[in-house]
Write a protein that binds this ligand. Structure first.
Ligand code: C2E
Ligand code: MG
Ligand code: MG
Ligand code: MG
Length: 292
């Protein structure tokens, strides 16, 4: 009996492994040409200024809908896009789309709005990255301050010779550089010393636990205080409850992003939010002006 259980267990795992491997292969196969076939979409998730409840900007996030694979999450396809190199054209695509969206928002609502995109390690291997971003912004008659560039520790760890130079050049040109998923890496603090961050995004995992775990809460408080002392603003990621929002407001966190405010949505819906947000986003029951 034991033997047959062992064998079943074995075949269960090989089956699961085969499934995983074949999905990966299918992703690798399908990802080429996904852009050309129009399978990639850009969604936008609003970022709110906690102090006055205004919409400060939005983060652009890629979505992939493929006829064979269905909806594939970026967590699954971005690493493969990185390895295969297709992240380069994808990155240019999202850069262009995101900026067009910011322009539309600025012309319709307010010209302080800015859009954030995520940059991946591979993109920093391109010696023309800075030029490419500058050109795109100029083409649309926009300003560097209209664009925020989110990078994770992965970019800094990849250690390409150009990375620091590129980030310095982008920062000098006036682009806003932000550190994504702050607190999950190995040496987040030392990065703050070396790289020109203007914004720090506290990782969702801390926000998720803040109302039940005192350590997470204390770490958030300390992070906000440290960032402010360095002249860096703070975005809380993954804000899902009113309780979290109120607490973050009390902690003087600058901006909030999360399902409480809005899920990532397509352009049309983003613009609808723009039209109705004062009515539809009822999170500011009292104005958050405790600090004023
Ligand atoms: P990220 O940059 O940290 O983006 C935030 C992720 O958290 C998004 O997942 C978003 O949908 C999710 N999120 C936002 N608010 C909430 C919330 O309240 N609760 C929960 N549970 N989740 C929330 P998404 O869109 O699946 O993206 C995952 C990651 O994929 C991103 O993490 C980013 O690292 C990467 N990614 C997405 N688009 C791009 C892209 O265009 N280029 C690159 N290089 N990476 C991208
Ligand atoms: Mg991000
Ligand atoms: Mg993040
Ligand atoms: Mg994240």
């Amino acid at each position: 009996h034991t033997k047959s259980i062992g064998r079943n267990t074995y075949s269960y795992f090989t089956h699961a492994m085969n499934k995983e491997v074949s999905r990966r292969l299918a992703i690798e196969e399908q990802i080429h040409g996904a852009l050309e076939r129009g399978e990639l979409q850009v969604h936008y998730q609003i970022q709110l200024d906690i102090r006055d409840g205004s919409i400060m900007g939005a983060e652009a996030l890629l979505r992939w809908d493929n006829p064979v694979l269905g909806i594939v999450s970026p967590a699954e396809f971005i690493p493969i896009a990185e390895q295969t190199g297709v992240i380069e054209p994808m990155g240019e695509f999202i850069l262009h789309r995101a900026l067009e969206t910011a322009l539309t928002w600025q012309q319709t609502f307010n010209d302080e709005f800015r859009v954030a995109i995520n940059l991946s390690p591979r993109q920093f291997r391109n010696p023309n990255l800075v030029q490419l971003i500058n050109d795109c912004v100029n083409q649309l008659g926009m300003k560097p301050k209209d664009l925020e560039l989110e990078i994770t520790e992965g970019v800094l760890l990849s250690g390409h010779a150009y990375t620091l130079d590129a980030l310095m050049a982008l920062s000098k040109a006036g682009f806003c550089i932000s550190m994504d998923d702050f607190g999950t890496g190995y040496s987040s603090l030392s990065y703050l010393r070396t790289y020109p961050f203007q914004i720090l995004k506290i990782d969702r995992s801390f926000i998720k636990d803040m109302n039940t775990d005192d350590t997470s809460k204390e770490l958030i408080i300390a992070t906000i205080e440290m960032a402010h002392a360095l002249g860096i603003r703070v975005i809380a990621e993954g804000v899902e409850t009113q309780e979290q929002f109120d607490e973050l407001s009390f902690m003087m966190c600058d901006y909030a992003q999360g399902f409480l405010i809005s899920k990532p949505v397509v352009l049309d819906e983003l613009l609808k939010i723009g039209e109705h947000y004062i009515k539809s986003i009822q999170i500011n029951k009292e104005p958050h002006l405790k600090s004023a």
